[in-house]
Design a protein. Structure first.
Length: 648
C-alpha cells in the first residue's frame, strides 16, 4: 500500500493523521521487578484504545516467555518456547491500559516476587504491527489483516485443539512463500517446494495452509503480523520504524547492517542451521561493549556477556560473531526496530539534575531512560573529577554489572568501576562506591535536535561519522575510550578545537575536525588521535539548540551584569560556560544545587577541585540565565568570548 493511503489509515486509527506517530508510541522495552501482587506497568503505549501484544520474560529466573494480546484477552497466555495451547492465567494479567498494562497475582515468570523482568510491547498500528485471530476450516484459508502494508514477518500459533508449533513466515527466507521456520525451537528453515504456504502475503491478507496444520477444523489461532520498511512515521510521515531482513556471516567477520535508522531492538536467528532466537535490546544492554541475551525459544535466564555481539550503529546495527560459539557462519534473518526519536516538548523529558547524599541501592527517578549520566562527588573526597557513563558504551541494569566510566578531568582510558547502578526506564540506583558522599548527577536522554551519542572506531584518515541528531551539532565532545588522550571539543569554528579536559583557548588545527562543519547526518574528523586514532574506539557527545529546550550559543563579556536570552520561559536548569578566546575552565551550574539570586554552587568539568559554594557568578533569568558583574574573567571579561550550553 502506498504511504499516503497508509497515513490516512493511521489517522483513522488514532495516529494524528499519520505524520506525528513515532516508534515511541507503538513499541516499548520496559524493565520492572515482579511483586507477586498487583502492579501497573506504565510504558506510554496505548493498548486499551489501539490494541497490541505484550511479551514478557524473566531475566533472573529460568521461566517461560509469556505473550498476551488484546485479540485473545487478558485471561490466556501463550509461551513462545513451548507448543502448549493458550494457558489460563486467571488474574495474572489483569488489564491492557491506555498507557501500559496491569499484572496481578499468580503470575510467576512475569511478575514473581523479586524477579527482574523485561517486557516488549507492540502496539497495533498500520505500517508497524497487527494481531488477528481466526478459526480453522480444515482447508486452506485467506486471513484478513489491518497492517496496511505487505508483512515482513508473520508468527502464527494454534491456541486450542491440541496446540502446535509456532510457525514463522519471514520475507528473507529463500522462496519465502514456500518456507517456514519455528519460533519455539532452534531448528533452521524448512521448505515445501511447490507449496504456496503463505499466499504470498499482501497489504490486506495472508494465506494459511493445511500443510503446516494452520487450518485445522475448529481449532483457534492467533497471528502476529509485523511490517517491513513502511515510511509513514515521524514528524514528516516519511520514516519507517521496523525492518525485516537478512545478513550473511563469513569467516566470523563483523557485518554492519544499514537500516537507515539506529536500532533499539533486534530479533536474530540463523536461518540455515540450528541456533537460538536471540532477543537483544538497548534497555537491557545491547551496546558496543557487551550485551544481555535472552532466547524466544528457551526459558533460560538472561546472561550478561562482556564482549561485543549485536550492537547499535547510527544507521542500523552491527553483528560481531567472533567471540561466541553460538554464532556460526551463514545466513541470518532479523527483525529490527528503530530507537526512540520522538521530539521532546519540555526540558524535563530529556534532562534531569539530581543532588543528594548517596546511599547504596537508593532509587533515583528521572522519568526517562538515561542515555548519558555525568556524576560528581561534590566534595571530591572519594574520587576526583566528573565521570561520564552512557548507555551506548554499556551501563548497569542490575546490581551485578559494572559501568564504563570516563573522567572529564583526566586523559585516562575508560574504567569499569561500578559508580552508578540499576539503569532502567525511569532512573537509576546509587552504587556503594559513593555511599555517604554528597553527589550530583546530570542525566540526559537522547532526542532529535537536542542530544546524541555516537561510538565509532578511528581510521587515522579524515572521514565522516554518521549521527542521529537530525540537525547539525553545535557542540561535539569526543574521547578515546581504550587509550590515554585528551578530550577534544568542537564548536562554532570547525577549524579550531578546545580541550574539554583542559582550560586552553580555541586552538587552530585541522586535525580534530578536518576544517569541516558537521551536517544534519554526519560530522567529520581529521587525523588527530584525539578524534580519529587508527584502530581506537571513540565516543562522542553531540549537542544542538532545540527551541525552548536547549541552547548552544556564545556571548561577549561586558564585565557588567549580562542577560543571556536562550528563548526559555522558566529559566535554565543547567548552564555550562567556557571561555574560548583565553584560558578558562568548564563551569557548570544546575538548579538541583541552586541557580538562585544569591550564591550558586559550581563544579569544573576539567578539574578535580571540590564544588565551590560561596560565589554568585550567575543568576536566574526566565528566558535563560544572567552572568553577574561579580563573575571573574573566565566568565565575563569585557570583550571576552564565551561558549555556553543551557538546558531548560
Amino acid at each position: 500500500m502506498d504511504p499516503t493511503t497508509l497515513r490516512l489509515i493511521q489517522g483513522a486509527a488514532g495516529a494524528a493523521g499519520g505524520a506525528g506517530l513515532y516508534v515511541d508510541d507503538v513499541f516499548s522495552t520496559f524493565l520492572y521487578t515482579g511483586t507477586g501482587s498487583t502492579q501497573t506497568i506504565t510504558n506510554g503505549i496505548d493498548l486499551a484504545g489501539e490494541g497490541g501484544l505484550v511479551w514478557m520474560k524473566s531475566r533472573t529466573v529460568a521461566q517461560n516467555n509469556w505473550l498476551f494480546d488484546t485479540a485473545r484477552g487478558t485471561q490466556f497466555g501463550l509461551i513462545s518456547n513451548a507448543t502448549f495451547n493458550q494457558l489460563d492465567q486467571g488474574a495474572g494479567f489483569q488489564s491492557f491500559n491506555a498507557d501500559g498494562f496491569t499484572l496481578g497475582t499468580g503470575s510467576t515468570g512475569f511478575n514473581g516476587a523479586g524477579e527482574n523482568v523485561v517486557s516488549w510491547t507492540f502496539r497495533k498500528a498500520p505500517g508497524f504491527f497487527d494481531v488477528v485471530t481466526y478459526t480453522g476450516t480444515g482447508a486452506d484459508q485467506t486471513i484478513s489483516h489491518n497492517l496496511g502494508s505487505t508483512p515482513g514477518c508473520i508468527i502464527v500459533k494454534q491456541t486450542s485443539g491440541g496446540g502446535g508449533e509456532w510457525y514463522v513466515y519471514h520475507r528473507s527466507l529463500p522462496t519465502a512463500s514456500e518456507n517456514w521456520i519455528r519460533l519455539n525451537n532452534s531448528g533452521g528453515a524448512n521448505g515445501a517446494i511447490g507449496q504456496n504456504l503463505w499466499g504470498p502475503p499482501t497489504s490486506t491478507t495472508f494465506k494459511v495452509d493445511t500443510y503446516l496444520g494452520l487450518s485445522t477444523s475448529n481449532a483457534t489461532y492467533v497471528a502476529y503480523i509485523f511490517a517491513h520498511d513502511e515510511p509513514v512515521f515521524g514528524t514528516g510521515g516519511d520514516e519507517s520504524t521496523i525492518k525485516c531482513g537478512s545478513l550473511t556471516i563469513s569467516s566470523q567477520a563483523t557485518v554492519e547492517v544499514n537500516l537507515g535508522f539506529e536500532s533499539q531492538f533486534v530479533l536474530l536467528k540463523h536461518s540455515g542451521s540450528s541456533s537460538n532466537w536471540f532477543l537483544f535490546d538497548t534497555i537491557r544492554g545491547m551496546d558496543v561493549n557487551s550485551f544481555e541475551w535472552l532466547f524466544a525459544n528457551s526459558s533460560v535466564a538472561a546472561e550478561v556477556k562482556s564482549y561485543q555481539a549485536v550492537y547499535p550503529t547510527a544507521t542500523g546495527f552491527g553483528f560481531n560473531p567472533a567471540n561466541n560459539g553460538q554464532f556460526s557462519d551463514g545466513a541470518y534473518i532479523y527483525m529490527a526496530i528503530r530507537r526512540p526519536h520522538k521530539p521532546p516538548t519540555a526540558g524535563t523529558e530529556v534532562f534531569m539534575p539530581i543532588a543528594a547524599t548517596s546511599s547504596s541501592g537508593t532509587t533515583r527517578t528521572t522519568g526517562f531512560p538515561i542515555d548519558l549520566q555525568i556524576g560528581n562527588d561534590r566534595s571530591r573526597v572519594a574520587l576526583g573529577g566528573s565521570f561520564f557513563n552512557d548507555r551506548l558504551r554499556g551501563v548497569s541494569t542490575n546490581a551485578t554489572a559494572v559501568g564504563r566510566n570516563l573522567y572529564s578531568s583526566s586523559t585516562a582510558a575508560e574504567t569499569t568501576t561500578a559508580l552508578t547502578l540499576g539503569f532502567d526506564n525511569t532512573g537509576f540506583k546509587d552504587a556503594a562506591f559513593y555511599s555517604g558522599y554528597p553527589m550530583c548527577w546530570w542525566n540526559f536522554k537522547r532526542a532529535p535536535g537536542f542530544f546524541d551519542v555516537v561510538a565509532y572506531t578511528g581510521t587515522g584518515s579524515a572521514r565522516t561519522v554518521a549521527h542521529s541528531l537530525g540537525v547539525a551539532p553545535e557542540l561535539i565532545i569526543c574521547k578515546i575510550r581504550d587509550s590515554a588522550d585528551h578530550w577534544i571539543a568542537g564548536t562554532q569554528d570547525w577549524t579550531k578545537y578546545l580541550l574539554f579536559s583542559g582550560s586552553n583557548a580555541f586552538s587552530t588545527w585541522s586535525g580534530p575536525w578536518n576544517n569541516t562543519a558537521p551536517t544534519s547526518s554526519v560530522f567529520t574528523v581529521g587525523t588527530a588521535e584525539g578524534t580519529n586514532k587508527s584502530g581506537s574506539n571513540l565516543i562522542t557527545y553531540l549537542f544542538a539548540t532545540l527551541p525552548g529546550i536547549s541552547k548552544v550559543g556564545s556571548y561577549t563579556g561586558t564585565g557588567t551584569t549580562l542577560n543571556i536570552d536562550c528563548g526559555f520561559t522558566a529559566g535554565a536548569r543547567f548552564v555550562l560556560i567556557k571561555r574560548t578566546d583565553s584560558t578558562g575552565d568548564w563551569y557548570v551550574w544546575d538548579t538541583a544545587r541552586g541557580i538562585v539570586s544569591g550564591n550558586d554552587p559550581y563544579l569544573l568539568l576539567n578539574s578535580t577541585a571540590a564544588e565551590v559554594t560561596n560565589t554568585d557568578y550567575i543568576d536566574p533569568l526566565s528566558s535563560g540565565f544572567t552572568v553577574t558583574s561579580s563573575a571573574p574573567a573566565a566568565l565575563n571579561a569585557d570583550g571576552g568570548t564565551y561558549l555556553f550550553l543551557a538546558i531548560a
